[in-house]
Design a protein. Structure first.
Lengths: 70, 252, 359
């Protein structure tokens, strides 16, 4: 099933990806990375991810490092 | 279960383990990634030489796994000319800010285009000097408040902003001049296509190829990254209209 | 002119500027970038034809700023590249020279001095001794500076400029003046006498089969900059140890030593011969490398000589280096012309007579 991989240490907390996801599967998480940023988390319990990679293309820091479609 | 296809990965041309030093939400990171993706797709990373400039883009060589030379402020296209003339078989490109390209380096930029040097130039237009803290630059819009235009850019004191892609398109040596934006994912895709075209042109030896990229500076604009993209659409695009201003390969 | 340039095995009568240009071509200069300025425009004129004929790179740059930066670009690939200019326009190049020193690029700059400051005039001058040896760029850097005194040396030291620039990865200036640039003398263009320097371990060639190389000066961390500057200055010490060069005549028993570089050194030598005929014990020390300056030798001579006279065409610039070398152990005086022709032989002889008590 389609999914993404997030490198939390790269996330700077701009949250542009949160708005970008057509299925609203990204949200601001509770955990904080080395930069002191509450990083983005991917929650897809209903397997809704389209693998569209809109989030990854929007991310300015390549924090979404991999996107798989299937 | 359907087989998984990887549709996105970290480009090979991005230096392993490197992290961008740009502010959160800054579109520089997107632009750098697009350049890296294009280098990957054209298979030219290991035959390319980057000329880095001064400004927020100065440490680009820390992010791209590409042989790089740091140029003094504004002189990137002079350095690029020297490299290309010395080694015409190398793919030579610059990545500059608008201050570097169109203020301190305007002479070098225009003359490089006028000579029709077979190089690729990428210019980030964010309407301010970002690295030094948001001063008025050559592309600062009329009315825009910066740290050196505290009541907004007025014509009496500051004159007019420069429309870079249009000026470059006027040069006879220019093969390609386009303005793109990174405000939305569809526009990011178009931006990548323009960057790719600008590199393909060099591989085909057709002349100077230029891409101006409308970008954001959330920190100095004092906006959220989301608000910054809205500003690109609402304030920048009416003045800096997106499009291809010159493409000598169009009819071929 | 082009025709006689082809003869390499015998002497030809040629101008200093042409000698420099022709020697650069014979040294294997692959790229010339330039912008016209009197009194060195013949160099660019010669190069424009010759480089195209040889299918090498030539660019009429939009400014001296652009020209020197094009040289930096070409040099970053390991190419032999050069520009040439004069005084007020070399002033424009100072930023790039500082970058080239920090980037350790083998830049060759031919600087044919004219009168300054400002636009000044087109008469010969040595007013850019300080500009060349101290520099106007930012930071702690040194350029190798070679000072020819004859048209033959204009050719020979051009060869050497390319060699030293590449050997030490250091920007190198050939510092001539308007007199040398414009005067004609017989010159023999020998074969380039130096080995080719291997630059395969640093030149930008595209990162094929290896990690990417970065040529940069930006050092955001102070501790890195400290290490870098120490290493850079260790290189300058090595250059001083290996490459300091000067000509010395009749200094062993000399009471007075004329110190002079470039074109005025010619008159200094003539004056020395005349003064010797009068029984005045005079010697000449002519620095050929201005950086590294022959300080050590001058210091040794200060043990025996009573007086040093710095003969210059400026308001007294090299004299400071002479004084530093002498360090108070002998008198140091200036005999100068502010600009134009060097102090005449007669003028120097008169000075020597006065100093020796022969009036």
């Amino acid at each position: 099933m389609s999914h993404i991989v997030i490198d939390k240490e790269r996330c700077k907390g701009c949250y542009l990806c949160v708005d970008e996801c057509p299925k609203k599967l990204l949200k601001v998480g509770e955990s904080v990375n080395e930069l002191g940023v509450r990083t983005v988390e991917f929650h897809d319990p209903g397997h809704e991810c389209l693998g569209c990679a809109m989030c990854a293309r929007r991310c300015p820091d390549i924090a979404i490092t991999e996107v798989y479609r299937g | 279960m359907a087989e998984l296809t990887q549709v996105f990965k970290v480009p090979e041309s991005i230096k392993k383990g490197s992290k961008f030093s740009f502010c959160p939400g800054c579109d520089h990171g997107v632009a750098v990634r697009l350049v890296a993706e294009v280098l990957d797709e054209l298979g030219i990373r290991d035959n390319s030489i980057l000329v880095a400039s001064i400004g927020c883009s100065v440490t680009l060589y820390d992010f791209l796994e590409v042989d790089s030379l740091e140029a003094p402020h504004g002189r990137a296209l002079a350095e690029a000319t020297g490299i290309k003339r010395a080694r015409p078989d190398k793919v030579v490109f610059t990545y500059q800010g608008d201050g570097d390209f169109a203020s301190i380096g305007m002479a070098e930029s225009l003359h490089c285009a006028l000579r029709g040097e077979n190089v690729t130039a990428i210019c980030i237009n964010n309407t301010t000097y970002g690295m030094t803290g948001g001063q008025l630059g050559p592309t600062t819009l009329l009315g825009q408040v910066t740290t050196t235009s505290p009541t907004g850019r007025n014509i009496d004191y500051y004159g007019y902003p420069v429309k870079i892609a249009e000026h470059i398109a006027l040069c006879d040596g220019t093969a390609y001049s386009a303005r793109v934006s990174l405000d939305s994912v569809p526009n990011i895709k178009k931006a990548k296509a323009a960057i790719k075209k600008a590199f393909e042109n060099q591989l085909n030896g057709v002349g100077f190829s230029f891409v101006e990229i409308l970008s954001t500076c959330p920190t100095n604009w004092k906006k959220t990254p989301q608000q910054a993209h809205a500003r690109v659409r609402e304030e920048m695009m009416p003045v800096y209209k997106l499009g291809v201003y010159k493409d000598i390969t169009e009819n071929n | 002119m082009t025709e006689c340039m082809e003869k390499t095995s015998e002497k030809v009568l040629t101008k200093g500027n042409y000698a420099i240009a022709n020697a650069a071509v014979k040294a294997g200069c692959e790229c010339y970038f330039g912008y016209p300025i009197t009194p060195q425009s013949e160099i660019g004129e010669f190069m424009s034809g010759k480089m195209q004929e040889l299918k090498r790179a030539y660019v009429s740059a939009e400014s001296e700023l652009a020209a020197i930066n094009m040289v930096l670009g070409a040099c970053s690939t390991g190419a032999k590249a050069m520009t040439s200019s004069s005084s007020c326009a070399v002033a424009l190049m100072q930023e790039a020279l500082s970058y080239a020193a920090a980037d350790e690029l083998p830049v060759v700059l031919v600087s044919v001095m004219r009168g300054g400051p400002g636009l000044g005039n087109i008469y010969p001058s040595q007013g850019d001794y300080n500009q060349s040896t101290i520099g106007g760029g930012d930071g702690d850097y040194k350029l190798i500076v070679l000072a020819p005194s004859t048209v033959q040396e204009c050719a020979d030291l051009t060869y050497k400029a390319f060699y030293l620039a590449h050997k030490y990865k250091n920007p190198t200036i050939l510092l001539a003046d308007g007199l040398l640039g414009q005067m004609m003398e017989p010159v023999e263009f020998k074969k380039y006498p130096y080995p080719e320097v291997d630059n395969s371990d640093w030149a930008l060639t595209g990162a094929k089969g290896r990690r990417a190389r970065v040529i940069r000066s930006y050092a955001p961390k102070a501790e890195n900059q400290c290490e870098f500057l120490k290493r850079l200055h260790a290189k300058y010490d090595l250059i001083a140890q290996n490459e300091t060069d000067w000509e010395e005549i009749n200094t062993e028993d000399a009471d007075i030593i004329l110190v002079s570089f470039g074109s005025p050194a010619r008159n200094a030598k003539s004056a020395m011969r005349k003064a010797r005929e009068m029984g005045i014990k005079v010697g000449v020390l002519r620095p050929i490398t201005l950086f590294p300056f022959p300080s050590k030798r001058i210091s040794e001579l200060a043990n025996t000589a009573k007086k040093f006279i710095s003969v210059e065409v400026n308001m007294g610039q090299m004299i400071r280096d002479v004084k530093l070398a002498v360090n108070g152990r002998a008198q140091v005086e200036l005999l100068n012309r502010p600009v134009g022709t060097p102090p005449s032989v007669e003028e120097i002889v008169e000075k020597l007579k006065k100093e020796s008590g022969i009036v």
